[in-house]
Design a protein around this ligand. Structure first.
Ligand code: NAG
Ligand code: NAG
Ligand code: NAG
Ligand code: NAG
Ligand code: NAG
Ligand code: NAG
Length: 388
């Protein structure tokens, strides 16, 4: 009896091994494969950090194709959405490589609701979900023989972020072509379509992050100071490195790159639907996502709160004051708590004074101010020391 049983359980083990492989270890979609919502199909990155498949956000019953952290308990953390502006109403959707080589999402009537929309040429292609969370569409030569990561990259989700920045994702702008990456908030927690807020890296001569509310500047990080953004506290300070900003390369591309020394580390920067950019980390001790940092948070964080030549201090009342030598442009607005018009210079500079009579005002000099952002659109100049 026992002798008869052994080959059977051995056989079962082999089947289980194959089922396990089939369900969890597949990280690519080739031309023959179809990911069906109705079968709850997903693909999983090599070490199972990320999953790609269909999901419904929040209270919505709409179906979307997205990428999320796969192994973490609790709420699934969506990091990318394909058809964010074009939801599927039921679970008849499929994700596949179309006959033109693009990765597409089709509804039950075979209508394209989303496509990578690139030109593939005569070769075929294959999509792969990388361990970083990047979904990469690669060229596969006509014999389908280039196994591994050798084919030319035709499209990648890291170049088309939705509302989340992940480690190893380059986020930037090209100063020559004007092309840039942006992240855009969801409309609500149950609706991933494009909301009111977006963020970009502004490639000024010193780059900075700028968060927009519609066409209005809403928050800015302040310029990159070499180790951190000058004007934010606590951003990426929890870990070694964090953001680094790279100056324009040969092609004119300026980008910020989020990377930590400690890996694997589950961390993401999310622009949420109320217009806040937040650093969120999975805390293995607490077994949940925790927010380490976010902005804008206080009244003083909002762009131009106290207007030009004004400054903001949460501990004073009112919170806005004019710099020394400046007065409110409109006393009435100022007294009503509308500080946006800012301040004007009330005592002329030395070079503006006509009178050569020496006792009419002191020589111009510099005042040191701390805990303030430098002005927007600032230029930098290297000086050997303070005196200079
Ligand atoms: C996957 O995990 C193995 C074992 O922990 C590790 O050696 C390998 O570098 C990981 N691969 C990736 C792509 O993260
Ligand atoms: C879902 O609906 C409940 C009840 O209306 C609400 O409290 C909750 O915030 C909603 N969740 C999301 C993600 O919108
Ligand atoms: C694909 O790209 C072309 C050219 O950029 C554009 O005109 C077209 O609308 C796009 N199609 C879809 C379905 O996004
Ligand atoms: C097809 O792919 C192979 C290998 O990736 C490449 O060498 C070749 O140039 C490609 N052909 C075309 C027409 O793109
Ligand atoms: C504040 O003043 C500015 C400039 O006069 C005006 O455009 C804006 O509407 C005012 N804001 C509010 C909230 O009243
Ligand atoms: C300086 O002189 C010019 C021309 O006479 C005049 O317009 C200006 O108001 C004077 N400035 C001050 C600060 O007195």
């Amino acid at each position: 009896m026992d002798i008869k049983k052994t080959p059977l359980s051995f056989f079962l083990l082999i089947i289980l091994f194959f089922i396990h492989n089939f369900c969890f270890a597949i990280d690519t979609i080739s031309s023959a494969e179809v990911i069906r919502d109705s079968d709850s199909d997903t693909i999983t990155s090599l070490n199972e950090t990320f999953k790609l498949g269909f999901f419904s956000p929040g209270n919505s019953s709409n179906r979307y194709v997205g990428i999320w952290f796969s192994t973490l308990p609790g709420d699934i953390a969506i990091v990318w959405v394909a058809n964010r502006d074009n939801p599927l109403a039921d679970s008849s959707g499929v994700l596949r490589i179309s006959s033109d080589g693009n990765l597409v999402v089709l509804d039950g009537r075979q209508k394209v609701v989303w496509t990578t929309n690139v030109s593939v040429g005569t070769n075929s292609s294959r999509a792969e979900l990388m361990e970083s969370g990047n979904l990469v569409l690669r060229e596969v030569d006509s014999r389908g023989s280039n196994v591994g990561n050798t084919g030319r990259i035709l499209w990648q989700s890291f170049e088309h972020p939705t509302h989340t920045l992940l480690q190893d994702m380059k986020f930037g702008a090209n100063v020559r072509t004007g092309e840039k990456e942006i992240i855009t908030s969801w409309k609500t927690d149950s609706d991933p379509s494009e909301g009111r807020f977006h963020m970009e890296l502004e490639p000024l001569n010193i780059p900075q992050f700028v968060l927009w509310s519609g066409s209005q500047r809403h928050w800015r990080s302040g310029p990159w100071g070499g180790n951190t953004f000058l004007g934010v506290e606590g951003m990426s300070n929890l870990f070694l490195n964090g953001f680094s900003v790279n100056r324009a390369d040969q092609e004119g591309y300026v980008f910020a790159l989020l990377s930590y020394v400690k890996k694997p580390l589950f961390v993401r920067y999310v622009l949420n639907s109320i217009g806040r950019i937040a650093e969120t980390r999975f805390d293995e001790g607490e077994n949940r996502w925790v927010e380490d940092w976010s902005a804008p948070l206080t009244q003083c964080d909002f762009y131009g709160k106290c207007g030009s030549f004004g400054f903001c201090n949460l501990l004073s009342s009112p919170i806005c004051s004019c710099l020394k030598g400046y007065e409110p442009k409109s006393i009435e607005e100022w007294n009503n708590g509308n500080w946006s018009s800012g301040c004007f210079r009330s005592s002329p500079l030395q070079c503006e004074r006509n009178n050569t009579n020496s006792d009419e005002g002191k020589d111009d000099g510099f005042l040191k101010h701390e805990k303030m952002k430098v002005p927007d659109f600032v230029n930098s100049e290297r000086a050997p020391d303070m005196e200079e």
